[in-house]
Design a protein around this ligand. Structure first.
Ligand code: DAH
Length: 342
């Protein structure tokens, strides 16, 4: 018996030291120790020679031995599976799967560019609510209730309370700023606006504007022209021409719309500029004295200019996007074309 115990000890040492680097070597180990004619079988066969009174003791020892061999076998097997399938079968020089990061929306790209140009001129960014009251969107901007110019902007009113509406322009933020701040005021206000329009390639029920407001002593129309001219050159390049046309807005006097030479056709005439060579990009003017008075700003002391531009229009000129619906359809084939544009 003692001899058998000694032998088991020897086998254990041999097994503990055993190595198997390939699946074939692991299989050889299994056959040698765990196979039907393997060592474990032979050792187990010795049980019949053990005297009855020691059978229990030996049974336990042999069981432990069996577990020891099986454990070792599992360890060897796992090690080769890892190295053979997980690593050996992979070409480690292959490039990894690309991690797709999102891209900035073209409207965000253009908005950020507009904002950064005006920031360089000292304008701060101001924001206001999209759900507005009648006063900030219309009344304060010199559009009293019966004003016909209200019809220019088809408004979404809130059903439960028509005193509330979805802002039709970011000019409402001018009102919000003047309410809180006294001159000098120099802000730009980017944001989404809503109008009750039938959705088509050329019109949408929501779009984006950037509003500008500059109020101080001695602000003149020349300042307005120079500021907007600077903006156009920065945004569209030095060769871009501008022209101002007299216009009408209730909140400015005088008012002007600004056109730039068409970037699509270079001024030769195309469908975007309706064959005129010019594209309108914004409305502007000197802030109406009544608007200043609405906020307790003395129009004899202070003057100011304001402007409002459509982000979609600028985006159309920069990126040649000719269907407004693309901006809100979330089609990745469209969106991913702006990868890397910042
Ligand atoms: N609010 C006008 C619109 O949505 C745009 C505009 C015109 C804004 C003249 C202004 C401005 O601040 O002075 O059509």
């Amino acid at each position: 018996m003692e001899q058998l115990l000694q032998q088991l000890e020897q086998y254990k040492q041999e097994i503990a030291a055993a190595e198997a680097k390939t699946p074939e070597a692991v299989e050889a180990f299994r056959i040698k120790y765990l196979g039907t004619k393997g060592l474990l079988k032979t050792v187990m066969g010795e049980m019949k020679n053990v005297p009855n009174e020691r059978k229990k003791e030996f049974g336990q020892i042999l069981n432990e031995f069996k577990q020891f061999v099986e454990n070792k076998y599992e360890i060897l097997k796992e090690a080769t599976v890892e190295s053979s399938s997980a690593l050996a079968n992979i070409d480690l020089s292959l490039p990894g799967d690309p991690v797709l990061v999102g891209t900035r929306h073209p409207l965000s790209i253009v908005r950020n560019q507009i904002v950064s140009i005006f920031k360089r001129l000292g304008f701060a960014v101001a924001e206001g609510p999209e759900i507005e009251d009648d006063w900030h969107n219309f009344g304060a901007m010199n559009l009293p209730e019966d004003h016909p110019a209200r019809d220019m902007q088809d408004t979404f009113y809130i059903n439960q309370d028509p005193a509330w509406l979805l802002r039709t322009h970011t000019s409402s933020v001018q009102a919000r700023v003047m309410e809180k701040q006294k001159p000098p005021i120099r802000v730009i206000c980017p944001g989404r606006v809503y109008r009750n329009e039938t959705i088509s390639a050329r019109a949408h029920c929501f779009f984006h504007q950037v509003e500008g407001l500059y109020i101080d002593e001695n602000v003149s129309f020349a300042d307005l022209k120079q500021t907007l001219y600077f903006f156009v050159q920065e945004m569209f390049g030095k060769d871009t021409k501008v022209r101002f046309r007299p216009s009408y807005f209730p909140f400015t006097e005088p008012s002007a719309e600004m056109d730039i030479s068409c970037l699509i056709c270079g001024g030769d005439g195309c469908t975007v500029c309706k064959h005129t060579g010019w594209v309108e990009i914004l409305g502007s003017g000197m802030v109406h004295p009544k608007v200043l008075e609405n906020f307790g700003i003395d129009p004899n002391k202070y003057t100011g200019f304001a402007f409002g531009m459509g982000v979609e229009r600028i985006c159309q000129l920069k990126f040649r996007v000719n269907d407004l619906r693309l901006y809100s359809q979330n089609d990745v084939r469209f969106l991913k074309q702006f990868t890397g544009v910042v």
